[in-house]
Ligand binder design. Sequence first.
Ligand SMILES: Nc1ncnc2c1ncn2[C@@H]1O[C@H](COP(=O)(O)OP(=O)(O)OP(=O)(O)O)[C@@H](O)[C@H]1O
Ligand SMILES: [Mg+2]
Length: 361
Amino acid sequence: MHDDMIEPSGEVRRAPGETPLSATAQTGEREVETALRPRRLAEFVGQPRVREQLELVLESARKRGVAPDHVLLSGPPGLGKTSLAMIIASELNAAIRITSGPALEKAGDLAAILSNLAEGDVLFIDEIHRIARPAEEMLYLAMEDFRVDVVVGKGPGATSIPLEIPPFTLVGATTRSGALTGPLRDRFGFTGQMEFYSPAELEQVLRRSASILGIDIDAEGRAEIARRSRGTPRIANRLLRRVRDYAEVRADGVATLPVVRAALEVYDVDELGLDRLDREVLEALVRSFNGGPVGVSTLAVAVGEEPSTVEEVCEPYLVRAGMLARTPRGRVATGLAWEHLGLRPPDDAGGLDSTSSSLFD
Ligand SMILES: Nc1ncnc2c1ncn2[C@@H]1O[C@H](COP(=O)(O)OP(=O)(O)OP(=O)(O)O)[C@@H](O)[C@H]1O
Ligand SMILES: [Mg+2]
């Protein structure tokens, strides 16, 4: 996404949110991700619900000899939406055309792509919630009637020429399905809701990735990385590469449990997969505001970050891990947060009780 900035001191300043634990893809990461992408549904680890549902959609279309219904894949970054889109095409033995919402600024951009599709092709639109309005309206007709209206000329003399397009399957991916308009959402025949992965599933992802990349890591080492990867394969794969670096430079190349632990310490990844900023947010919440409630902008000032960084980068995982709650009155630390910092919640803390469930239970 962004390039790291090198300060005059030689220190690397990372782009906002670009820590070893951010779930979005980072600079130069796309290539290695391509190498690690599962190619077939059977190779795709986890997501049992989505996989089963998708198998049925694809198999039934195959039996009837038609292009399957349009598919929407929704879920947080790094859980395998792009990988699944490509798998759908290969399971169908179909060609895939790839574009993204932000690239479709004008209806003409989309018209050019649609009119070049062949029968049965898969059209993948990543970040489909960011598609521009005119292109979105063109997409409605294309999805429903396999037709586009091409407007020729300008002003009162403009005419629209209907153009048939061959039946195709649209696969849309979005990290924010709530931002999709109703009409667009309704035109998908199937929505796959991607879930975070369990540590056991991430171990499988790691085993596969280690063998592809030729990294020597034992089962305990894999389990440790899996536990700290925030339920996200992209993060697991990234931590695996950082552990490999450490193992090659500071150890004999084998990633055993102590090597993994030492490596993750260097990269500021703690026991639960929190990084420095996450911990700063929790510390501020607990120590400066007695556990809250406190507004997100006040909290952001306390840690010297933009409110959007705190809100979009730190909070989703802290909430999911059961350490932070978003309440109408502000952010609140749970008992688990106090515990994680090695503190006892005071009786009058604004925080919730420690019975709130954690994903690590
Ligand atoms: N189920 C899986 N099995 C094995 N590897 C996976 C799986 N899901 C994701 N990965 C790995 O994680 C990386 C990120 O996956 P992918 O790019 O498909 O995520 P995404 O959901 O499209 O993310 P974004 O929202 O940022 O586009 C890929 O390199 C892939 O190797
Ligand atoms: Mg993607």
